[in-house]
Ligand binder design. Structure first.
Ligand code: GAP
Length: 502
């Protein structure tokens, strides 16, 4: 087993679900540590041939639901960002985590997480002195050499680089959002000079996490799906809010789960406006569509000390996993903070003139990470072996499974393999196909289940006579005979039927 996972095993004698998931992730090519032959650096993972298509499908589904269905704009901004941009946004001065550094060996640990792991119920109040005080009271020492720590200090999380011969200071972006804010004046001019205007993108972000851990949960390079909704603060209504007003979601309020409709979140002043509430509904629906168990997720309003410097209200999506609670989405009412900062620093005009009024638009932001979501999906859709199935499997919703269908010849002889290959070629024009011809058919069904392929098509001797095949359903193992020329339609219909819709 990979040393990373052995380390995890040391912590828990019984194999927990996340350990099992990591083990399966390695074996079945969902994801694995990057640059393995060189020992791998924590916080970097590659998605394998099974995980990569799933990740792309999640991103495509997000684009469809959050951008295309709404008629919003999609961009792809550059990753390397000049220092001045991130100075303006506050990241150069404020984007850090507290660390303890060992006085003797220099080992650095993220101070708040280090204490939380050792001291039950510890919650950081945001002050460095509190970290020093707790470490002293609890006698916390360097995990490597057991010496004292220095006083806690802030460590900037951005990856620095230098551009060109002069190596002008720059950073790999810590969020995709800034590229959207800096493009705002152009996008506003080019796309209708009207509000609301919403712009989104899917792309990599980078954070030099001090102690990356928990696999995909805390990475140094990860993918975000972010949407910035620009609006007139005097008009915070959402055009189609009524359609979702009665939609129910779970919220964590004062340590208790409460079910509330979108409308109620406004009355109780949990959401500051209809825009915020509308997108929470979309997120809830999106999460259900990708297989997150709705009884294991909820929204939580962040306290003042947790709310980022740029936000007037933050509501996170939190998901229960075997690691504990994982924050997977940040929703923020960023007001006019970013646009004002960029206007001041660049000297350019970010103000708009709409309906005879001049102002800097306000921004509501949806910020979702794919990697954490993907890990939660793996945990929530994992199924143990049972009396019906002798093997562990994944119940991925068809739309985000790595392949739509597996195609198998019953045997690799009598022309069944050639016929099955032709069926696979035909299907590949419309759906994603996994093709295998060796091993017993039962073993191959098991292999498809193990990576969550929802349907398997088998070509047998009858196929050669009547051009029909058997389609087997992953969830209940039921089988059905279908004509080859009706197969694409059948598979597409099944995928559609299994979707949860708004
Ligand atoms: N633009 C706002 C922003 O970036 P954030 O709460 O820092 O907000 C949003 O990040 C989401 O990005 C998180 O909810 C999480 O899903 C993902 N994310 C953040 N840091 C991450 C990390 N180190 N590893 C994996 N995903 C991360």
């Amino acid at each position: 087993m990979h040393p990373l996972f052995l380390k995890l095993l040391e912590l828990n004698t019984v194999m927990k679900l996340h350990e099992k998931i990591f083990d399966l992730a390695l074996k079945r090519s969902f994801f694995y540590p990057s640059n393995e032959p060189y020992g791998s650096v924590s916080g970097f993972y590659d998605y394998g041939p099974v995980g990569a298509p799933m990740k792309h499908r999640i991103a495509e589904l997000w684009k469809r639901m959050f951008l295309k269905e709404e008629g919003y704009l999609e961009v792809e901004s550059s990753i390397i960002t000049p220092e001045i941009v991130l100075k303006a946004s506050g990241h150069v001065d404020n984007f850090g985590d507290p660390i303890f550094e060992c006085k003797k060996c220099g080992t650095k640990v993220r101070a708040d997480s280090f204490i939380s792991d050792k001291v039950d119920g510890f919650e950081w109040d945001g002050k460095l002195e509190s970290l020093d005080k707790t470490a002293k009271e609890e006698g916390l020492k360097c995990p490597k050499c057991k010496e004292d720590f220095s006083k806690a200090y802030m460590f900037n999380l951005m990856f620095a680089t230098g551009m060109g011969g002069e190596r002008a200071p720059a950073y790999s972006r810590p969020e995709t959002a800034q590229g959207i804010f800096t493009s705002f004046p152009r996008l506003f001019r080019n796309h209708g000079t009207t509000l609301p205007m919403a712009v989104g993108q899917v792309g990599k972000s980078f954070r030099n996490e001090i102690s990356p851990r928990k696999g995909l949960v805390r990475m140094r390079e990860f993918t975000q799906m972010e949407l910035e909704y620009f609006f007139d603060p005097d008009k915070p209504e959402f055009p189609r809010f009524k359609e979702v007003a009665d939609y129910k979601m779970r919220f964590m309020v004062k340590g208790e789960i409460k079910v509330m409709t979108a409308e109620e979140t406004l009355k109780k002043k949990i959401c500051p406006n209809e825009i915020f509430a509308y997108f929470l509904v979309k997120e809830w629906e999106f999460y259900k569509m990708v297989g997150i168990d709705e009884l294991k997720m909820y929204f939580r309003v962040l306290g003042d000390e947790e709310t980022p410097h740029y936000s007037k209200r933050n509501i996170d999506m939190e998901v229960q996993t075997s690691f504990g609670i994982v924050e997977t989405i940040g929703n923020a009412y960023r007001t006019d903070f970013d646009l004002t900062q960029h206007a001041k620093t660049s000297g350019q005009k970010f103000e708009v003139a709409v309906d005879g009024k001049k102002f800097i638009p306000h921004v509501f932001e949806v910020s979702m990470g794919i990697d954490r979501l993907y890990f939660c999906m793996l945990e929530h859709t994992f199924r143990e072996a049972s009396a019906d199935k002798d093997w562990e499997w994944f119940e991925f919703p068809p739309g985000v499974a790595p392949f739509d269908v597996a195609v198998y010849p019953l045997m690799k002889k009598d022309g069944l393999d050639e016929k099955a290959r032709n069926v696979a070629v035909m299907l590949r024009k419309d759906v994603d196909v996994l093709y295998r011809e060796s091993g017993s058919i039962g073993r191959r069904y098991a292999r498809a289940d193990e990576i969550g392929v929802p349907y398997a098509v088998t070509v047998d001797h009858d196929t050669l006579q009547d051009d029909t095949v058997t389609i087997r359903y992953r969830n209940d193992g039921k089988q059905e005979r279908v004509k080859i020329n009706e197969l694409v339609e059948k598979i597409k219909k099944n995928i559609d039927n299994e979707k949860v819709s708004l």
